[in-house]
Design a protein around this ligand. Sequence first.
Ligand SMILES: *Cc1c(COP(=O)(O)O)cnc(C)c1O
Length: 363
Amino acid sequence: MSRPAKATVDLDALRHNYQLAQSLTPNAKALGVVKANAYGHGSVAAAKVLEPLAPALAVACIEEALELREAGIRKPIVLLEGPFESSEVITASEQDFWLMAGGKEQVEMIAKTTSLPKPVTCWLKADSGMHRLGLMGDELRNSYHTLKALPHVADEIVVSTHFAAADELDSDFTQQQIACFADMTEGLNAPTSLANSAGILAWPEAHGNFTRPGIMLYGSSPFPAPQAHADQLKAVMSLTSAVIGLRTIEAGETVGYGRSWIAQRRSVIATVAMGYGDGYPRQMPNGTPVFINGQRAPLAGRVSMDMLTVDVTDINNVMVGDIVELWGKNVSVNEVADAVGTISYELLTRMPLRTPRLYVNAY
Ligand SMILES: *Cc1c(COP(=O)(O)O)cnc(C)c1O
């Protein structure tokens, strides 16, 4: 048997989550956001599931989009960070990539790159309060009219914005951004795109004409606390491995590098073939739950590159070969991320190449 560490990716759960995103926004079309290797799940496999369902896919940069084209994906692909050089405008026109223009420089680059095989589709980004990218104030309106007048830019220009705090349900900042965006786009009569996953799940006034779900497609809630619609999401990735060693140690003995875990009693320690080289963070604290034989057991000792150790004293009958879930359908990636002071986005997108992806429930 080969090394048991793997990330099982449930493609039917991905399909379910996309359909949930779409059903919550019946008047909008949901893009399939597959940037960062589909949040670690494998962008080609995810794109193959989403392509028949979504009007377009979305990635951060042209390298990610070209990888999908090479794999035979034909739907339009939005480049969320826009072009970095004018050759990318030409490639976008050839390949049916839609370019986000999030600043004056990108608008100028698109305006100047006139010899294209066919008109290029552009989205404009408005800065409604995130203050990261996007055109501010009158620049949005001016850029819209500039692009609109160009024969080498396709006629329909979607105007978009991005939320800074849509996951904070008791903050009114999202309402302020929605109002600011409405002001900035008044009279333009352009199709709009505002909502990421949190916008889709919690801010119905922000649904616009196109939504941009990312994390929710992968079954992870963007919210820190339970939320009605988010509870219907299904985890897509299960990070699992198996027990490869068992030993009993005496009270006072320690486990692992730096001896950070000290047995308070006679303890049974299970060693699992999973480490930070497989995407399970080294900073994970003692006590973080892992799932073995239908029960939760606490991490005990520092995570090493290829292994971690678990206190299974209170679990009956653990044996070498038993399957261990680090996150997935039993221990949510949100709970694990929270334990290590980060968010699911980071744990998922960091999943290294070494960890084999096993795709299940494709059809
Ligand atoms: C990544 C990204 C999204 C998806 O956000 P989630 O919070 O994962 O749903 C949407 N819009 C833009 C511009 C992005 O960069």
